[in-house]
Design a protein. Structure first.
Lengths: 306, 340
């Protein structure tokens, strides 16, 4: 009797498990339909329409590509803000992933005081988001270029580069990186954390095997650590791009595009359609950069994984 | 002729023995490790200082009277420490008005996100159902879309809240007696997305939980099934008790990002200022207050007040971090929060 009962129960168990899977993700499915899919489709429609607030909902009037034309051709404000955000992002991508990997490699070694250092290096995770960070880095940079703390200024470097016939656009890029070195260091918290957790996953046995074959630390970094950490590098680059592109900002500091789209839609003008068109253009730019990152790093990473 | 020939021979012997000694020394005592250890500490302290600098600078400035702000003789410790920056900052921030909103939005949303994403992440990690991969790809999509893209339609959704058009239908039947509720300016505008895994960065938490649960051995399910546990009791009795570190990590992330979030309260919580929105308006409000008082706005006065306000804003997070960072680092040591 027992064996029969077991046999009858085992088949429904698999079905029950399938069903349970859907039950677990049910809240997310509801949220996705109501608070993501529907608003997303609506927002695409808005971007092709003239939207005004009516009595019991928004009234939309189809205007074709007029909003996009306004953003891309008739005015250049959006494109200027977008350019600033892209340069910001590029300077972050140039520094943050490699620097974080370097710090994570050091913090992954065994030495005394490691926990204290880790506690300090993860500290930026809690203070470098949102309004506080934008305000703080504004205050910091204004005080650093002030009278008493001039040691992080890049004017000297700029002169050297200009004399060395380095193209002006590159000089501007380099000096913008140097000027933001403070905030860039502070932006590495999450990335260091991610790399560290990736390094923990590399089995010690693979290093030992490498050592037995007489490889130096340098060799084992390039043969073992680097290929195994590439997927994490991909994740970090993606995180850095998204974090940079969706950060808080004001008219002058932080992410200026986000602030501009917010101002157009919810400032005094309430141009919902225009704001939606900008947001979609912005999203396309983000996807574009993520695709490039995938083509450069991600493909290599997934090839190594397989 | 013999002299010069024998001299190098003696020297070579000495050199050889010296090299041998040096080799032995390097092999047995590893001086390069000691040099690296010293260099490592120097490097870590140096960069650690850059990180701590901003906090120390903020603390130092927040206690300074404005007159000492650009005084070159004051480096770190103010000559006449004062609390006036804090009292002014608290007044401008309107603490009594923002505290309730900030706590309701931060803590309420965070707890909902931590629990709901735990369920969803578990569902994605441990069950093979149809469409699992496609749906998880959509989770990633929710992470990468900037909130501004959906803001307008989300705003209209909350302004005239409806579920599948039911309330709109009721409104037409009853001739307007039942109206669609207006959720703008209500906490529900933050809570409803959080309850359905769509809150701020919820996708990231689902991702983190999923990675964590995927790392748990398969045998756990089988053992639980043999003991007669169904999928739900397996989750509650076997899985949940083992999630302390990852829950604390997600909790810390969520509370920090919700606490600092500007756009959600600014977009959907009009009339309910939080710490983040109040801080964003801080400089304007400070100047307005000063102008009303008839005094000129001294940029230096503004600077120390801003430092004090920022310190007030991150102080609760700093305290929280001190208490949770142990679990935080542990969760990395043991499992890797996002083992790929």
């Amino acid at each position: 009797m027992t064996s029969k009962g077991k046999g009858r129960r085992r088949v429904p168990y698999e079905v029950r498990k399938q069903r349970a899977g859907y039950v677990f993700i049910l809240p997310w499915i509801l949220g996705f339909l109501f608070f993501f899919a529907e608003p997303m489709i609506e927002s695409i429609i808005f971007s092709f329409s003239d939207v005004t607030a009516g009595q019991s909902g928004l009234v939309t009037k189809f205007v074709g590509l007029a909003n996009y034309e306004m953003v891309l051709v008739k005015t250049d404000e959006f494109l200027r803000y977008l350019w600033t955000a892209v340069v910001n992002m590029l300077s972050e991508i140039a520094i943050i992933p490699l620097f974080s990997l370097f710090i994570a490699l050091i913090l992954n070694q065994k030495f005394r005081g490691r926990t204290v250092y880790r506690a300090i290096y993860f500290l930026p995770v809690i203070m470098t988001s949102g309004v506080v960070f934008t305000m703080m880095s504004g205050v910091m940079s204004s005080s650093l270029s002030g009278t008493q703390n001039a040691y992080f200024q890049s004017t000297g470097l700029m002169n050297i580069l200009i004399q060395g016939n380095v193209p002006m656009s590159l000089v501007n890029f380099i000096t913008s990186v140097v000027d933001r070195i403070f905030s860039l260091t502070l932006k590495c918290g999450v990335q260091i954390l991610l790399f560290l957790s990736g390094l923990q996953k590399i089995p010690a046995s693979s290093y030992e095997a490498c050592k037995i074959e007489g490889a130096t630390a340098w060799d084992s970094f390039w043969k073992i650590t680097f290929p195994l950490i590439l997927p994490m590098m991909m994740l970090n680059i993606v995180y850095t791009i998204i974090d940079s592109f969706t950060a808080y900002g004001t008219q002058e500091a932080g992410n200026v595009v986000m602030a501009y789209i917010y101002r157009i839609g919810f400032g005094k003008s309430m141009k919902f359609g225009l704001s939606a068109a900008m947001a979609w253009l912005y999203f396309i730019v983000i996807i574009l950069f993520l695709t490039v990152a995938y083509l450069v790093v991600g493909r290599k990473a997934s090839r190594i994984e397989s | 002729m013999k002299g010069p020939k024998s001299l190098p021979a003696v020297d070579r012997q000495a050199i050889d023995s010296f090299i041998e000694k040096a080799r032995h020394y390097i092999r047995s005592k590893h001086p390069q490790r000691k040099i690296w250890a010293v260099f490592r500490h120097a490097l870590l302290i140096g960069i650690g200082f850059v990180i701590m600098y901003s906090i120390l600078y903020m603390i130092s400035n927040a206690f300074r009277p404005p007159s000492e702000n650009f005084d070159p003789s004051v480096i770190w410790i103010p000559k006449a420490p004062t609390l006036s920056n804090f009292t002014d900052a608290l007044q401008v921030l309107q603490l009594e008005k923002i505290m309730g909103n900030t706590l309701a939005i931060t803590i309420g949303t965070t707890i909902m996100q931590v629990i709901v994403c735990l369920f969803v992440g578990y569902g994605f990690a441990r069950f093979r159902f149809k469409g699992n991969k496609v749906l998880f790809g959509l989770v990633i999509l929710t992470i990468i879309i900037p909130p501004q893209t959906l803001a307008v339609s989300m705003y209209s959704k909350f302004r005239y809240f409806d579920l599948l058009g039911i309330i709109g239908l009721l409104k037409n039947i009853t001739g307007g007696a039942i109206q669609q509720p207006n959720l703008i300016g209500k906490y529900w505008a933050a809570w409803l997305p959080a309850l359905t895994g769509m809150g701020l960065r919820s996708g990231l938490y689902i991702f983190m939980y999923r990675q964590y649960f995927m790392g748990m051995p398969r045998e756990l399910d089988e053992a639980a099934a043999i003991d007669g546990c169904g999928p739900y009791s397996t989750f509650l009795r076997i899985m949940v008790p083992n999630t302390k570190n990852i829950v604390i990590t997600v909790f810390l992330f969520a509370i920090v990002w919700n606490w600092n979030d500007y756009y959600t309260p600014a977009l959907y919580m009009q009339g309910k200022p939080t710490l983040a929105t109040s801080l964003a308006e801080f400089q304007n409000n400070l100047q307005m207050l000063a102008n009303v008082g008839g005094a000129n706005v001294d940029p230096i006065v503004v600077l120390t007040r801003i430092q004090a306000a920022c310190l007030i804003a991150i102080l609760p997070l700093l305290i929280l971090y001190v208490f949770t960072q142990k679990y935080f680092t542990e969760s990395i040591e043991n499992t890797g929060i996002t083992g790929i």
